[in-house]
Design a protein around this ligand. Structure first.
Ligand SMILES: [Zn+2]
Length: 334
């Protein structure tokens, strides 16, 4: 099962909104085939491992291990539970059930009904932890929310409007970490003020993986539609004025503009994870309403003496680590 998790993790940047899944076939206590879900729309892990099985090995003499319950519905590929019942392995060992109501327990039922031996809940915490975005989104019907910001030693998150001093706060050597966060989330969200004042690109430059979908909150549609961020990738602008889709920018009207409505709409779009990067007002809004699952704060070793105050958090981090000249604090909601 540990090997399944290692294999699954290789799909990290490419499978969303699907989960990361790895699968191994074992015969006489030896792994004889491996597979994983490589990307959205590509074969599932079980199919991949089955196809990789050497011709001289009979699949029905193997134990199959997979970190997630095999699917039971016809999605982009035929259901894997069906494949398993055709293979008729010695047994199948499953890490954790699938939280997707289309599958949840039905894949297992299908196989048990066909007389297959199914072993469940092996390393289930690790299996659910690897796909925490996927599990959390199905459980809460809103995306997994990560809040991330960098602040100075004296707790400023940005320069004042007319201050043209250097705006960079975190240690440049932590950019790869921050961009890995961007690439691991399906979407990145900022408020209108951040877009207007900082004109950030919000893409992935210092990590593998693809650019997240950009989400802008602009109730009055006050943003500059010519901003360079809007020229690349896919952007959704939530507002209370109009709905139009033009090129790669989608304006989405919310009659009742609340964060809750934004999050529910994102979930409906199959977005299971959102990284909120700013600014101070938007982050504070998420904190005050307790709409977050994880907070990642980078604190630099420099002081600015003035600037825009960082969001206020009244809780202690679950863990902290020194990373180059920054201290990174992690807060998790249990
Ligand atoms: Zn499947």
């Amino acid at each position: 099962m540990n090997r399944c998790l290692e294999l699954a993790a290789q799909g990290k940047y490419y499978v969303a909104p699907n989960p990361m899944v790895g699968c191994v076939f074992v015969k006489d206590n030896m792994i004889v085939s491996e597979g994983y879900h490589r990307g959205f729309g590509m074969p599932h892990a079980e199919v991949d491992a089955f196809e990789n099985l050497p011709n001289d090995i009979n699949a029905s003499e193997c134990d199959i291990y997979v970190n997630l319950e095999p699917c039971s519905h016809f999605g982009k590929t035929p259901p894997c539970a069906e494949l398993i019942t055709k293979i008729r392995p010695n047994r199948i060992v499953i890490g954790a059930q699938d939280p997707n109501p289309l599958v949840s327990g039905k894949g297992i039922q299908h196989m048990v009904g066909a007389g297959i031996t199914v072993v469940e809940n092996i390393l289930s915490d690790e299996c659910m932890g690897l796909n925490k975005f996927f599990y959390s989104a199905y459980q809460n019907k809103v995306p997994f929310i990560t809040l991330k910001w960098a602040e100075t030693k004296d707790s400023f998150i940005g320069r004042l409007e007319n201050d043209s001093s250097n705006r960079k706060i975190s240690d440049q050597r932590n950019d790869a970490f921050v961009h890995d966060l961007r690439a691991s989330h399906q979407a990145i969200l900022v408020g209108a003020i951040t877009l207007t004042q900082d004109n950030p690109l919000l893409n992935v430059r210092y990590s593998d993986g693809k650019d997240p979908i950009k989400i802008i909150l602009s109730p009055n549609l006050s943003i500059d539609m010519e901003a360079s961020t809007l020229k690349i990738g896919h952007t959704i602008v939530y507002n209370s004025k109009t709905s139009i889709k033009k090129d790669n920018v989608e304006l989405v009207l919310l009659e009742n503009f609340t964060l809750s409505n934004v999050l529910h709409d994102l979930y409906q779009r199959n977005i299971h994870s959102v990284l909120v990067e700013g600014g101070a007002k938007t982050l504070q809004h998420f904190i005050d309403l307790e709409y977050w699952d994880e907070i990642i704060k980078l604190k630099s070793s420099e002081s600015w003496n003035d600037g825009v105050p960082a969001p206020h958090l009244s809780i202690e981090p679950n863990r902290k680590k020194k990373s180059f000249n920054d201290i990174i604090s992690f807060y998790n909601r249990s």
